[in-house]
Structure formats: C-alpha cells, structure tokens
Write a new protein. Sequence first.
Length: 556
Amino acid sequence: MKKWLNSGSPMIWLNAGAVSASIIMVVALLALIAVQGLGHFWPKPVIAYQYSETAATPDMRLIGEVHGDEWVPLEQVKAQLLQSQPDLKFEGDTVERLLIKTGNRDSGGLDFRWIVAQQIKSQTLPENLMVLERYEWGNFYGFLQEISENGQPVSASGDLWSELQQRLQRTEEIRAEIDVIEKDDIGRINYHIEKLRLQQRALELKEVADGDSAYQKIATERNELELEYQQLQQRLEQLYQHISRDSIKAEMMDGTQRSISLAKIVRAYRPNSMTAPQKIGFYITKLWEFVSTEPREANTEGGIFPAIFGTVLMVILMSIMVTPFGVVAAVYLREYAPQGFITRVIRIAVNNLAGVPSIVYGVFGLGFFVYFLGGSIDQLFYPEAAPAPTFGTPGILWSSLTLALLTVPVVIVATEEGLSRIPSSIREGSLALGATKAETLWRTVLPMASPAMMTGLILAVARAAGEVAPLMLVGVVKLAPTLPLDGNWPLLHLDRKFMHLGFHIYDVGFQSPNVEASRPLVFATALLLVVIIVVLNLAAIAIRNRLREKYKSLEQ
C-alpha cells in the first residue's frame, strides 16, 4: 500500500475523479436548462377537466395545459377535499396537485390554478379546442364559434378554422406594414426632426441672426419631413382600420362567449389535433420567433433578439477596447519597465484588480465615465442638447468601457505570461541582425505571443458576457425602444441604452408580474446566453490555434 501511495497513482485517480465529476455536473446542469427551456416551445395538449370544488356546487369545467405537479401533505388540503367529496377515502400522507395554465387572464384574473388530482372526475382532449396567443393578456383557451367582419357574421365557404387562418394571415401582413411604417419610416423622420431641432438650437447659442440661410434650410427640411409624416400617419390610420376589421367569438370554459379582435392575436392553433410534423413545424417556428423578435407582455412572451444583439455588440466593443490596452500594458511591464520594486507592486495590483467585485467597477463607471467624462463631452460638443444628456447618461459605450476595465487585468496577465515564454535567443538574434528593439517587438515577439493574447481575450469574453451587476448602473435597461445599430447616421449610436441577456434573465426571473409564465423563458434565455458565450469562445480559440500553429516553428 505504501509503495502504491508513493507511486502517485492515488492522486492520478483522485484528479481524474474530480474532473469526471465536474464534467458530469456541467453536462447535467446544461441538460436541465435545455430540457426546461426548450420544452417550453413544444405545443402541449390542452385538457378539459370536469372537477368539483364542493358537494353543494355542480361540477365545473377547467380548460388548460398541465405545467407541473407536486405532492403536498394531506392535512394541507384534507378539509378542501372533504367539502367536495365527503365519502372520499385517503391513502398515504400526501396528495397530488396539478398546476394548470388556464389563460384568459383578462376574464378570470389568473393565468394558473392549482387543483387537487382527487377533485378531478374526468378529463378529455377536445380536438376543436383552440389556443390563441395574444399580444396582451397572455393565452386564450376556448372553442371557436363565429367569425365577424365589421361586426357582421360571415359564412365561411369551407371550414371555419381554415377561414380563421386565412384572415389571420391577412392581419399579419397588415401588421408587418404597420411595423415598417412605425419603426422604420416614422422612426427615421423623428430622428431627423430631432437633429434639426438641435441644429437650430446650436445656431441660437451661436447668436446667428434669424434671417440667416441656415434657419431657412432647417425650416425647409422640417416642412418636408412633417409633410412626409402626415402622409405616413394617414396611411397608418387606414391600416389600423383594415386590421381591426375582423373579429371572432369564442366560448370559454365557463360557457360564456368573448369577442376578440384578430388584431390582438399572434397566432391560433389546435394542439390536440396536430400531427407530429405539424408539431415539429410549430416548434421550429416558436424557436425562431424566440431568437428573432422583440419581447412583449413585460418580457414574458415573444422573443429576445434585442437582448442577443446588445450582448454580442457589447462584447465586441469591449474586446476592441480591452485588447490594445491590455497588450500595451503587458508589453511595457515585460519589455520596457525596470524589473524592480515598483514593477512588482504594479503586478500585484493588477492581480488584485482581477478579484475586485464587479459592482465596484459599475460604481466607478457611473461616476467617472458617465458623470465626469460623459458630462464633459456634453458640455464641449453637445451644448445644444442641454439639459438633456447625450453621453452624460448610461449607454453601451460606457458599459463596454466599464467591462473593458473589469477584464483588462486578465488580458495583461495572460499576455505577460506569453511574452515571458518567448526565448531570449529570438530577441537577441533579431537584434544581432540589425533590427531595432521596436522592430523586434512588433515583427517577432508580439506575433509569437499572439496565442497568449487570444487566451486572455477568451477569458475576458467569458467573464464580460455574463456580467450583470455593473451593467445595471452604466447602460442596460429592461426594454430598449431602438437598437444601438440602425440605418440612421452615424449607424452605430454609442450613447443609446441596450438590452442584455444576463439582465433579461434577472428581470424575467425576479421582476416579472407573472412568475409561472416567465419561468421557462428564464431557462431558455440562460441556455442561449451559454450558447453565445461558447460560440464567441470557440471563435477566439480557433484563431488562437491557427496562430499557435503558424508560429510553432519559430518557437522550436
């Protein structure tokens, strides 16, 4: 045994076991997130239950999707069960409760209900039971009764359900045109009108006379934009009249009927009558909607494209900012700075900066970047916008700089380690051939250290993409009306606020008014954030490996 212990085999097995356990835990965590998140988009069957609340009341009908179940102590619900079924016999100390998503929140006030399994007398899967995804008030569950056009019932030439799908297609085409006018055309006009207002204010601050040609040019452009705006507004009024033409009547679970405008419906489907290919197509459509559209219903429905865009853009800007500063600092510390007490203190300080809590960087970014630096920029270059801030307010530029400051110690340490591994004989050979120290550094040393730089960048991206605390102070918001990148000059608007996947997870998981409805989106968004981080890291790793192969011969 002593010989075996001294051989080092126990440590090998111990390390292998630790690595295996870590891999299993990571895979299990990712599998849990994937199942909980991706399963949300699959069309679940909608069940019609018959159940009784008390013996004195008639049986009730409950329509909805099963979203979960739990076993609770019998004493917790025994009194309720005895009211509904006095002769009920109990077995065991626990009973099953089902969490049913009943929807119809605008009518009943609740999206989810708990019912005890023993209260259920029967359950069916009606094929004509439909689900309506709406822009407001969540899902609607019911039975289609009638389609109306301008308040008058229409007689469908074929199936009533097919007629509904055709009219929904027409509604979606009109809505797409409305979105283009409101977000693109009118957004562009409002942006240029605001620019003209700032130009006029700048002329006033410069005390330019009212009759100057610059004022006339601004007035002419403003009149043209206002005329175009009026034309678009008239077109919008026509489209809103067209989109509100059709409506339906549907029967709810309590037997009452509701009239719903098709303009409020995202899609209508019958999950109980779907075939397997139809369910797969529906699933793919929902996944694509999740990654390509904007959120709605307080971020509990719709997609998360603005958050994906904001996260990736912020990471790219952060990488562009952190790499030069980190590399320059590492080059100075390794190649130029005297290796004495002060240099050692600086290295210790850099290593300690990597352990500072991220919220401290957020406070620093808010005070220095936003208030001091941004406020100074506004005073020097944007006095016409006062008192409204331009750069003196949180935005994606300050968020990227704050995260660059947070991750620069990682890049410095990784780059300096790479520089220290380059043999001194390479430097001496370059100098002996007549190259200057700067030429040696630029043409020989830095290219060979580029894999280490990429390693630092990979670590920086992995940390920055998941940070949330500092971003809450320097630019991230719950819902951004416009993206930082659009078709208006200068295309990239660094002063705008943005959405972020990490903050979106926090907002949906902890600030949502409808926790049960938003819980699956927390898992789906978390999985997507992990995927984006992995993709960014894989891209950096591929570049690093290519550079490593390119300069391997020089190292040898």
